[in-house]
Design a protein around this ligand. Structure first.
Ligand code: HSE
Length: 339
């Protein structure tokens, strides 16, 4: 039996416990052992939770910790403490990965454990592992993705005639939105995710602060009508181009001929162009309790299979990118068109 701990028992953290419990047979098959949640840490006074991180990191039984707290602190301090003791950390926390992913990955390597963060991008879509393993030999020239489930849910509903506020409220009720939904609707969450993807495929560290970022709060029903009349839909995209390099987060007009046109509701879609494989498209639930928790559990399984070894997440050696361009917007146009 492999003992794990969950830090943060909100939507995703409680989902991790649920996935481990419900899919124990499948986990045993792939791991040859079972997973057991020995501790749950939460700042709230919930029954059975621990409040002191030292109880967890000082327990030699704990091999892996799931960091599903979100935000920089105390997630950074707790992750640091765990990795220093050789405990692998699996995170859904894109804010932390964007800000401290390089440093934490180097600490993991030094202490022969791993820092993985599959759930930080694309919810349940196994995009980081695929880029790292299946596409590691490709020269990736472009990544274009619908990376925020909340915004895509809102835009899909607005296109169907619903107003922004009630669509956002529904996304919050369904557990898609961030604690502060401004991070979703102003594009910052998408910027963090495209920064992580750009870093992974380029070998340079992109930070969300370097990225031109427009959200979805200025889109009107007339914009949707006009887009539809032109055979397009409006999608919030994160777009990375190796040339430049350029990264941009903004609402784009997506033509019907592009597979991202049909990515609706909470779903994410990520198009990659590799020099040998050509176009790839990844699709799945980009937010929500169980899909995101499933991605965390996939990391836990990989860490357990590699106990005592560092899994190279391709982040530990990243140097900051010198500068990042934003693509030009045609004069007088409200939106760029996704080519
Ligand atoms: N708020 C995020 C989203 C959660 O809606 O995509 C998943 O990262």
């Amino acid at each position: 039996m492999i003992n794990v701990a969950i830090l943060g028992f909100g939507n995703i953290g409680s989902g991790v416990a649920e996935v481990i419990e419900k899919n124990q047979n499948e986990i045993k098959k792939v791991l040859g052992d079972s997973l057991h949640v020995k501790y749950v840490l939460d700042i709230r006074d919930l029954p059975g939770v621990v409040r002191d991180i030292n109880v967890i990191v000082n327990d030699p039984d704990i091999k892996v910790v799931c960091e599903t707290m979100g935000g920089k602190e105390p997630a950074y301090t707790y992750t640091h403490l765990a990795l220093e003791r050789g405990i692998s950390v699996c995170s859904s926390n894109k804010e932390l990965v964007d800000a401290y992913g390089v440093e934490l990955s180097a600490i993991a390597r030094e202490h022969h454990c791993s820092y993985l963060f599959e759930a930080s991008v694309g919810g349940g879509v196994p995009i980081l592992r695929t880029l790292r393993e299946a596409c590691g030999h490709e020269k990736i020239s472009r990544v274009a993705g619908i990376l925020n489930g909340t915004c895509n849910y809102i835009l899909t509903n607005m296109k169907a005639g619903k107003d922004f506020d009630s669509a956002l409220k529904e996304a919050q009720e369904k557990g898609f939105a961030e604690r502060n939904p401004a991070a979703d609707v102003e594009g910052h969450d998408t910027a963090r995710k495209i920064a992580i993807l750009a870093s992974l495929v380029s070998g340079k560290k992109f930070s969300y602060e370097q990225i031109n970022c427009e959200g979805i709060t200025n889109i009107t029903s007339e914009d949707f009508a006009q887009a539809e009349a032109n055979g397009m839909s409006i999608k919030l995209l994160g777009v990375y181009e190796a040339e430049g390099p350029s990264v941009n987060v903004a609402p784009y007009l997506v033509p019907k001929s592009n597979p991202l046109y049909n990515v609706n509701d909470v779903f994410n879609g990520i198009m990659i162009h590799g020099n040998q494989v050509d176009n790839l498209m990844f699709y799945g639930r980009g937010a929500g309790k169980l899909p995101t928790a499933s991605a965390v559990v996939s990391d836990v399984i990989e860490c357990v299979k590699n106990l005592g070894h560092n899994i190279n997440n391709n982040f530990a050696d990243l140097e900051p990118v010198a500068s990042v361009k934003a693509p030009d917007k045609p004069a007088g146009q409200k939106f760029r068109v996704l080519e």
